[in-house]
Design a protein around this ligand. Sequence first.
Ligand SMILES: [Zn+2]
Length: 149
Amino acid sequence: MKCPYCGAADTRVVDSRPVDGGLAIRRRRECGACGRRFTTYERPQLEPLMVVKRSGRREAFNPDKLLRGLLLACEKRPVDPEQLKKFAYTFEDRVEGPEITSEEIGRRAMAFLKTLDPVAYIRFASVYREFDSVERFIEEIRALEEGGE
Ligand SMILES: [Zn+2]
């Protein structure tokens, strides 16, 4: 970390201790160039991932909602629900940045389902209205039947 006083990159941690009952770490750093000290705090980021919906409205990401969609798509299909749970509950960890569009969530979920079960994939894709026409939908099913992309 750079020194906030002189901008030198050469700073070192001289003291590190848990604070807030262990919920944060306080570090004292010293600049090797100007010798000044400053404090940093490291705490978990508690703001939820925000989903930007088609309407432009935002809501907090809900892994249960994603899981419900996946489970529905995989109903009576030979898919291990544990895999779906793992995908839904680790989804947030794979998103960079504070928000994601609902379309992007749908795309990622579809890419995931495509590797698990073709029927589940088609079901999910149709729910998320990824196909803009019936023709496009049929094309996609044909492609799967032929074993292609
Ligand atoms: Zn400095």
